[in-house]
Write a protein that binds this ligand. Structure first.
Ligand code: FCB
Length: 471
């Protein structure tokens, strides 16, 4: 009797252990968590194609300064119900880097640095400050920027939408309403026709999922909503805006030759403990909506946003298939999730103990960069690394970051991935959205009162890699 009950307990225990371990093994195989031994890797051994684009990236609102026409300007003076400002410490973008006026000087420092491409965004709210009214001077400004870049041997890459909306568009409900997509497409047509003779690389929307998560799920960015059902709708509409903008450009003169792509932030949602199936369930749920929904839509035309008990939206648009001539990959790091019955807690990311911290709420994770390249390579179109960089106010981790992340790019190219260019985020320290000026991503720092740019020590490795790659 005793031995029978012992056997019974043993069987139950084995079944439970297997039910715990087997899903973890299956999950680990489906999404392998890469980890390399960096002490065995010589990050100095890197090679890049001769025609590689070496770039840096900015976004209009973060650098231009003095823009009062978009929803971020309003957001910066908003306070929440507890009297707390929306931006850390009540900061505002204000004059930012004064890039609107100082772009000639900024182009010079890019040129001196050895860069041969610059990704920047055109500010819709300056170009169309009122619905249907286009500002020819603002358009002229961006033509001048492109002319100056080209004269300096720097290829412009233009982003049409980088988080900001004109106030009139925001007031109409922005991408919450399907019928508003037409406004974005009309803007796309105007600015495409104005710049098409100067620009061949176009990014439609920057990080659709980040725009949606920050604005409609966490509420940290405007419009500061926390509504998962609405988030599902906005993501569908903003992806649809990409599809329509893509085909609009293709229908216009020169559109066939233009290279048009979407920019995808590929932060992976990983389990905090890869041997905990609960952590996997949460990680996979978040991975599914943050990355899976967008990638799947672009691959198959099937839009599927499902968060059990919270939101479900399923639709189809076959025109999404083939709507990218390239994919822009923004990569910084991954987030790690722990299971919890408390949803607020479960959606909070955690740092792994052995990773190098950045000043953002994530660590440095170069192996994740390799994973992300592999994931987006499935589209079979060229890849541009449209953003990658580190917030490092002390500038004591930037050099290591550049060594490791560019080693990843070099290895990925050697392994056959079709990567055409790399844009370091960012040219200079700038207004990091809800975190204000505290996050220092720049290759250059800025002495704000005098607007003087100075090259950071940690950035010099990037410059050296560029020089070496051309030898
Ligand atoms: C990306 C944004 C960019 C900048 C970097 C740090 O998500 O596209 O504007 O804020 O993060």
């Amino acid at each position: 009797m005793k031995s029978k009950s012992r056997l019974f307990i043993l069987i139950i225990a084995s079944v439970l252990i297997l039910a715990w371990i087997i899903p973890c093994i299956i999950f680990q195989n489906s999404r392998p968590q890469l980890k390399w031994d960096w002490s065995k890797i010589d990050t100095k051994k890197v090679t890049f194609p001769k025609d590689f684009l070496w770039g840096t990236a900015t976004a209009a609102h973060q650098v231009e300064g003095n823009n009062t026409n978009n929803q971020w300007y309003l957001w910066e003076s908003t306070i929440d119900a507890n009297g707390k400002p929306m931006i850390a410490g009540g900061q505002r973008a204000g004059l930012a880097c004064d890039h609107w006026r100082r772009y000639p000087q900024d182009i010079r420092i890019m040129q001196d640095f050895g860069l041969n491409s610059y990704r920047f965004s055109v500010e819709w709210s300056r170009i169309e400050p009122q619905e249907g009214v286009f500002d020819t001077l603002a358009i002229r400004h961006y033509q001048d920027v492109c002319d100056s870049l080209i004269a300096a041997g720097i290829i412009p890459m233009v982003t049409l939408h980088h988080f900001t909306n004109p106030i009139w568009f925001e007031k109409k409900g922005a991408f919450e309403k399907k019928e508003n997509i037409a406004d974005f497409v009309r803007f796309t047509e105007v600015i495409y026709l104005a710049l098409k003779d100067r620009v061949s690389l176009w990014c439609t929307i920057n990080e659709p999922a980040v725009y949606v998560v920050a604005g409609y799920f966490q509420g940290a960015n405007p419009p500061g909503k926390k509504d998962t059902k609405l988030a599902a709708i906005v993501l569908r509409n903003i992806l649809e805006a990409h599809v329509q903008a893509y085909w609009k450009i293709k229908s216009l003169p020169g559109g066939e030759q233009a290279k048009v792509g979407l920019v995808k932030n590929m932060t992976q949602a990983d389990p905090y403990n890869k041997w905990n199936p609960g952590d996997w369930i949460f990680a996979n749920l978040i991975e599914g909506v943050f990355n899976g929904t967008t990638l799947n839509f672009l691959k198959t035309g099937k839009y599927r946003f499902v968060m059990p008990t919270m939101a479900k939206l399923i639709e189809e648009n076959p025109k999404a298939v083939g709507s990218m001539d390239f994919i822009g990959l923004n990569y910084y790091s991954h987030y790690n999730y722990k299971f919890s019955f408390n949803l607020d807690k479960a959606f909070q990311a955690h740092l792994l103990p052995d990773e190098i911290k950045t000043d953002m709420d994530y660590a440095s994770y170069p192996e994740g960069f390799y994973r992300a390249i592999k994931t987006v390579s499935e589209f079979g179109v060229p890849i541009y690394i449209t953003e990658n960089g580190i917030a490092d106010a002390k500038d004591d981790r930037r050099e290591l970051f550049i060594n490791q992340y560019l080693y990843v790019v070099s290895k990925a190219i050697a392994d056959g991935y079709n990567i055409k260019g790399y844009y370091y985020w960012s040219l200079m320290d700038n207004f990091e959205w809800s975190l204000g000026y505290d996050m220092k991503f720049g290759l250059f720092g800025i002495d704000m009162p005098t607007q003087t740019r100075y090259l950071k020590k940690g950035a010099q490795r990037y410059r050296d890699i560029i020089i070496e790659s051309r030898k």
